[in-house]
Design a protein around this ligand. Sequence first.
Ligand code: UDP
Ligand code: MG
Length: 321
Amino acid sequence: MYRPKLAIVVPCFNEQEVLHETARQLKRVLVNVIQEGLVCDSSKIIFVDDGSRDDTWKQIEAERAASSYITGIKLSRNFGHQGALLAGVFTSVKWSDCVITIDADLQDDVEAIRELVLRHLEGAQIVYGVRRSRTTDSVFKRTTAQAYYKLMRKAGIDLIYNHADFRLMSTRAVRELEGFEERNMFLRGIVPMLGFKSDVVYYDRKERFAGATKYPLKKMMAFAFNGMTSFSVVPIRFVSIVGFLSFLLSCLAGAYALIEKLLGHTESGWTSIIISVWIIGGLMMMSVGLIGEYIGKIYWETKRRPAYIIESDLLQDGYDS
Ligand code: UDP
Ligand code: MG
């Protein structure tokens, strides 16, 4: 019978307040699924320290010393949530059969891990953890998130509704993910593009166990915008359409102005000139800015910079068998 080696990847950025509790809960869940015979005994929890400035790494080392189920990877600096996820996933895939990614703050339900594994055993290559409700999020976060998913759908981007980065991927799926050459990976958009048999597990998202969010509004907006422009040229097309419509409008306005002049009703018109100058100017700036976004993307992609750099890997450094 297939008993996969499971890797549970946990990105951590300044998570010293929650790390011990997270390790305790994950260990309990892992030991349970091992005892049930669902996953292999050499499965592990991998904490990825994303350049934390607090004692996160020290704690990871302590957890590692206390349990053979725990190991860690330290990135050389802060690469961001997606970078940390990729580092964990691509490192663990070398020895694991499937990998689950989960946030460090216990917002995702650790009990759902068992369900993710069961769905994988039933044949799913990718299993998405999906929030049943968003009651623990603020009204603002909820409404903006909902609007965002709708917008992305309209732009033809296949996002799983209310799914963040809590998911299981088989080694097979991760290997295909490695084939995506882009550096700026927006996993929520890319993973559904992999295809394969996939499944969904519902869970209730909880409050953060301790510590503050590492995603303030500014970062959230950058993340959302990045997701949009990484996957779609619809925004750029939208600008061309608006540009074209405004051109048509200005033709009509021009014709109108000419008629007025021929009829001798000139003199007026200052307001309309000012307004059109502003509108056109605004549209131009909007278009140029948006085009700049895409050029910026090309700029970053052509650099081929790595999405993460590993400073030390406890598994490779000989700590672990
Ligand atoms: N995180 C990370 N690097 C960062 C920011 C966040 O590894 O630069 C991790 C963080 O430790 C957590 C997860 O990403 O495990 C999600 O972050 P957070 O809970 O702060 O986001 P929220 O749930 O508020 O959207
Ligand atoms: Mg969180």
